[in-house]
Design a protein around this ligand. Sequence first.
Ligand SMILES: [Zn+2]
Length: 157
Amino acid sequence: MSKFQIDLTLNAGQAIVSLEGVMDEDMVLEKVQGLNEETLIFDFDKVTSINSCGIRDWITFISSKATDSKIVYRKCPKVIIEQLNMVKGFLPEGAQIESFYAPFFCESCENEEMVLLSPNHIKGRKAPTNLPCSQCKTEGIEFDALESQYFHFLPEA
Ligand SMILES: [Zn+2]
């Protein structure tokens, strides 16, 4: 089995592209190269890592798609957030982030978890403070990274 996989679902003007595994020099995007649906949704949920070759190839690919289609990024894990924050062009102009993961910590039971958020949960790059722990249900788990850094890809205010 290849270390990088693509699962493609097509319906009515929309393509959902689920990416999985390692995005590096061996990443093959052939399967999605010809997509020209009105909306292209990229689901990064199962992406485990990305290196500089993967970043370069991805930017080449996504910038060619962004001219014809509306681009949506779904379920971005931390490794993708890092690129969104640091690499110009990783999110093409006009593209939208639908949801992403953020790290939280529960002081009551010491549970660490990645919580799926959408950009409208984040006001002025501040994490929500009222989320419940998925383990012990205590409300108010703490964001477990630097807000100004982690949420840099979102609007300042
Ligand atoms: Zn807890």
